[in-house]
Design a protein around this ligand. Structure first.
Ligand code: HEC
Length: 192
């Protein structure tokens, strides 16, 4: 065995040693972490004191003007005819008409509209026919509503009718679902 072979053998044994021992660690002690303050964060609980912030409170208010995702304020005024017309001109229905969205629109209509406007959309919902609600809900299948642009109907659902006899539904029904209801009213309540 010459010198090179000896060293190769030595290196080989060393390598086997490192290789087999490196897999044999206690898993609760995974070894050294360089810069441990970057690997392990130190959480503060929401209501604890906090030395980092100027007011010493962990739970900080959002920056003024922050808008939560999907909570964009509605820009058109309630009970304003010009705003209702503007919404009709400016808002476009982003929800495509297909089997999935029509099914969603039907479900949402039955939950939020049918009690007043009726299963058929003719205005004879249970709350009206049982005299629990005295104002006659408008028929949604006549040209008076059908000829309105989608944006105007969206506006009525969102902030309520001009007279206020029908209340606002913007906080109860998701934006997408309001559009889906309109698709349903146009494409299924009215048979084409
Ligand atoms: C509590 C009963 C009630 C519910 C629930 C209700 N409406 Fe109405 N809706 C009415 C009444 C009453 C009117 C007529 C009031 C008026 O003209 O001011 C009306 C009017 C309307 C109009 C016509 C408004 C206009 O400018 O003449 C539309 C469109 C309409 N509703 C759609 C809907 C849709 C879509 C839903 C479900 C998201 C719904 N409504 C839920 C009672 C209701």
């Amino acid at each position: 065995m010459n010198v090179t072979q000896k060293y190769s053998l030595l290196l080989f044994i060393l390598f086997i040693g490192i290789f087999s021992s490196s897999c044999n660690h206690d898993r609760n002690h995974p070894g050294y972490a360089y810069m441990p303050d970057m690997y392990y964060s130190e959480p503060s609980s929401a209501y604890s004191d906090n030395a980092v912030f100027r007011d010493s409170i962990t739970n900080q208010m959002p920056v003024p003007g922050t808008i939560a995702r999907g909570k964009m304020p509605y820009p058109y005024k309630q009970k304003s005819f010009p705003d209702q017309i503007a919404a009709g001109k400016e808002l476009k229905n982003p929800v495509p008409v297909n089997l999935v969205t029509l099914k969603r629109g039907r479900e949402q209509y039955q939950i939020f509209c049918a009690s007043c406007h009726g299963e058929k959309g003719d205005g004879n919902g249970h709350l009206y026919t049982s005299k629990l609600f005295s104002a006659k809900p408008t028929s949604l299948i006549e040209p008076y509503v059908q000829d309105k642009p989608d944006g105007e109907i969206f506006h009525i659902i969102t902030v309520g009718s001009l007279s206020g006899l029908m209340g606002a539904h913007g906080s109860q029904i998701d934006k997408e679902d309001r559009w889906a209801i309109i698709n349903y009213v146009r494409n299924e309540l009215v048979k084409k």
